[in-house]
Design a protein around this ligand. Structure first.
Ligand code: SF4
Ligand code: SF4
Length: 80
């Protein structure tokens, strides 16, 4: 089924510690702590030793679980 909402999930780079809680908690594996090139990403992510939490917005269902498990409250989610 086609999605009718646009999900925008942002991770505030300056406060994310890379703890991986959100990655583990996501029920659909939409998040990944992975190697990124911040120059070529369209969003600004926190890069920790070359890694950052990135989201596959095509997979994310907007459940909000990642927001609740983030100890830094670094994640914000909006739907349109
Ligand atoms: S909102 Fe839900 S599905 Fe989307 S990244 Fe967070 S935990 Fe995963
Ligand atoms: S749970 Fe929060 S602090 Fe931990 S990796 Fe995810 S966004 Fe960063």
């Amino acid at each position: 089924m086609r999605k009718v909402t646009t999900i925008a999930l942002d991770i505030q780079g300056r406060i994310c510690t890379g703890c991986n809680n959100c990655v583990v908690a996501c029920p659909v594996n939409a998040l990944e702590l992975t190697v990124v090139n911040p120059v070529t990403r369209k969003k600004t992510y926190n890069v920790l030793n070359g890694k950052a939490v990135v989201i596959d917005e095509d997979v994310c269902n907007g459940c909000g679980i990642c927001l609740m498990v983030c100890p830094q409250r670094a994640i914000t989610l909006t739907t349109e």
